[in-house]
Design a binder for this molecule. Structure first.
Ligand code: ADP
Ligand code: MG
Length: 695
């Protein structure tokens, strides 16, 4: 056990919490269960608020109504029974200036801990009846001597989120113990060189930990938060950059060397597409084609709002790859989307010799190792990455609608002995601060314009009183305009998977709509628990206009493309994040016809300004920035994929903070070598190992 100051140095923060003195094994296992494994983790367990008990007074001077801390000798303490099931503990506290009565309820054990003669400090609001003063202490502590230091009273006291079975007070004790050790350590824990800290006006790391846990004024707390948030961002950004740097050295691959003839054929392919590429599509295609010809494996992240036309970019890249007789895998998050990509890509490439396979749970073109070699492009779900067949020569892997395809998947592919170029695509617009912090190991391509002729989707927040009118209007549109509509049922739970109750709800809604609201129309049903074949069939039928209306859970959220559908009705829209609503809305407006989005709500208990903002805003990026500010990053992407959950204190909506952390990283990389900064180096290593394990 580390106790003497000489033994205490940098490794202190890496010490496991099992070495905490005077700590019950149960306390340790509870801390560990919340992810607190080391002393350093304890220091990063931050208070969520503070009790200001910093005003201390002599007992004779206290005023009724003030929140104050007094200390003195306990003269007496006793438990007074009452007629109800309540007990009262009454004590008298005295100093040289006077006495005050202390009153607790139902804290019988106090008569054992606070014994007459002990020195006690209490904080609370003073009450008075005539000359007699009393207090119901909010906090108390037993002191060794009359001038002992206090922890829980007489200062600004941090309040920690309680952990099951552990009070804020216990957590505080452990954190203060570590801070005390640290104050005796002979080496600094600082990670960032002095000059960089100075330029960004940041306090030292140790000071920041001390301040956030033991502030003397509330003003300092915000300075400490700034430093600690900066630290988190700094570590992440630096880590991403180092991964990128390492990739650029290690990830060598056989380049896809396009001959001038190949390049001509690619241009011809583009010319023969049924539409003209937008400038943004051209630019991004260029970026991708350039990358795949390099010997360093591509790590590109393609962002483009719904409907911006990412699929065709992927197709062109696959086409170029096949000209060099090499294979491309395209992976989609669901079978429906895989099927749809397969259909789209097959159509786009029908006049070429590129051979496309579909490989999903329900549909398998590839049934043998031999067949695996026959195709140029294999479309499937994310399961393709661990497919049982070895594809001939995979040079390009494209992943649709999955965030943070990167570190871990790379490792997986490498294990299979391939090191392809990687392109991940997403329609979820990601605020710049987030891209910068969490994705900076990837190169970014952005499609920032929609094909010409697209009209903004007219979006209406429909009050409950207008519900019936809304339905009649949809019916009329369907009859007169021969259009189709989606009706999305509310999210029952916030979980990303569909629960049984959501399925039940969508079925009931489907029956209700079919019978009572739209008896004259053809209504279809789609949800996540249907068999893959049934889903495929339903989508195909909707696409073929067998149904006028498709009632669905939010499974149609990403990627589905039925150009004739122009109406999107979203039930319970108040429960969705705006980025998610935007995805849903993006299912319509995919051709030149005017499209509409109706927002229905299931309760009246919501803030309409969010939805109004949504109705008038058509930029996905603006919407996700709004989400980031008002609901936090988890809302934009669900909670698992992105590893934000471990951002403890940094605020990604604080643009200044993010940019200054990025600048600091650049400064560090320019003027220092991380290898020569042992503390930072150690952190980087453990951080990157974590990143790989978690993702
Ligand atoms: P997303 O980026 O959301 O995946 P898609 O690739 O599904 O978008 O494209 C949306 C629709 O727009 C498709 O029907 C596609 O054929 C069409 N499209 C793509 N690019 C263009 C373009 N440059 N001009 C016209 N239509 C286009
Ligand atoms: Mg798509």
């Amino acid at each position: 056990m580390i106790q003497t100051p000489e033994q205490v140095d940098l490794i202190l923060l890496a010490l496991p919490i099992e070495t905490l003195p005077k700590t019950a094994p149960r306390t340790i296992s509870r801390l560990q269960a919340t992810g607190i494994k080391t002393y350093g983790d304890l220091l990063e367990y931050y208070p969520f608020r503070y009790n200001d008990f910093s005003i201390t007074s002599q007992i004779g001077n206290v005023q009724a109504g003030e929140t104050v801390t007094v200390r003195g000798n306990l003269e007496s303490i006793k438990t007074v029974p009452t007629r109800k099931r309540i007990t009262i503990q009454k004590a008298v506290l005295r100093d040289e200036t006077g006495v005050i009565e202390l009153v607790w309820y139902n804290q019988g054990y106090l008569t054992n801990t606070l014994t007459p003669g002990s020195v006690v400090s209490v904080s609370g609001v003073v009450e008075s009846q005539g000359k007699k003063k009393s207090m119901k202490p909010m906090e108390y502590e037993l002191l060794a001597t009359a001038d002992s230091k206090t922890k829980h009273t007489g200062r600004i006291v941090p309040v920690y989120p309680t952990i099951y079975g552990l009070s804020s007070k216990t957590i505080l004790e452990k954190i203060f113990f570590v801070l005390d050790l640290l104050s005796h350590a002979n080496e600094s824990i600082e990670l960032i060189p002095e000059d960089i800290l100075k330029e960004h006006g940041l306090m030292g790391l140790q000071k920041a930990y001390e301040t956030i846990h033991q502030p003397t004024t509330m003003r300092e707390v915000s300075e400490a938060r700034r430093r600690l948030g900066f630290n988190e961002l700094f570590i992440r950004i630096l880590s991403s950059k180092m991964i990128k740097e390492r990739w650029s050295k290690e990830q060598t691959t056989a380049p896809i060397k396009l001959t001038s003839d190949d390049k001509k054929r690619v241009q011809e392919f583009i010319k023969n597409l049924p539409f003209v590429l937008t400038d943004a599509q051209k630019r991004v295609t260029e970026e991708v084609l350039e990358d795949i010809q390099k010997t360093v494996a591509m790590n590109r992240f393609l962002q483009g709002d719904v409907g911006s036309g990412k699929t065709v970019v992927a197709t062109i890249a696959a086409y170029a790859t096949h000209l060099q007789k090499r294979q491309t895998l395209i992976m989609a998050p669901t079978e429906i989307l895989a099927l749809q990509h397969f259909a789209t890509i097959s159509a786009l490439t029908k006049n070429t010799d590129l051979k496309v396979a579909l490989q999903t749970g329900a549909h398998k073109d590839i049934t043998s190792q031999k067949k695996a070699g026959e195709y140029d492009l294999i479309v499937g779900t994310h399961a393709l990455i661990s497919a049982k067949y070895d594809f001939r020569d995979v040079a390009l892997v494209i992943i649709d609608e999955q965030h943070r395809f990167g570190v871990k998947q790379r490792a997986l592919l490498k294990k299979k002995g391939i090191n392809p170029h990687l392109l991940s695509m997403t329609a979820t617009p990601i605020p710049r601060t987030v891209t910068l912090t969490l994705y900076s190991e990837l190169d970014l391509s952005v499609i920032d314009e929609l094909p010409v002729g697209r009209k903004a989707i007219k979006t209406y927040l429909t009050p409950t009183a207008k519900r019936a009118d809304g339905y009649r209007w949809i019916e009329k549109q369907i009859k007169e305009e021969k259009t189709q509509a989606y009706i999305i049922c509310p999210l029952i739970e916030t979980s990303e998977k569909e629960s049984m109750s959501s399925i039940k709800a969508v079925k009931a809604e489907y029956e209700h709509l079919k019978k009572n609201i739209f008896p004259m129309l053809k209504v279809g049903l789609l949800h996540g628990r249907m068999k893959a074949k049934e889903k495929e069939q339903t989508m195909a039928e909707f696409n073929a206009h067998t149904y006028d209306i498709l009632v669905s859970t939010s499974v149609v959220e990403v990627g589905v493309d039925v150009p004739n559908a122009t109406i999107m009705l979203i039930e319970g829209s108040e429960r969705y994040g705006l980025a998610q609503l935007h995805q849903l809305r993006g299912r319509v407006g995919r051709a030149e016809k005017q499209s509409y989005c109706l927002l229905f709500t299931t309760s009246n208990n919501y803030n309409p300004s969010r939805l109004r903002f949504f109705a008038k805003t058509h930029s996905g990026l603006k919407l996700s920035e709004f989400d980031l500010k008002t609901r936090g990053p988890g809302e934009i992407y669900g909670t698992q994929q992105h590893g934000y959950s471990d951002l403890k204190i940094a605020d990604l909506s604080d643009t200044n903070q993010v940019f200054s952390a990025k600048k600091a990283v650049d400064q560090l990389l320019k003027n220092y070598s991380v290898d020569e900064l042992p503390k930072l180096n150690a952190i980087m290593r453990s951080y990157q190992i974590n990143l790989i394990e978690k993702n």
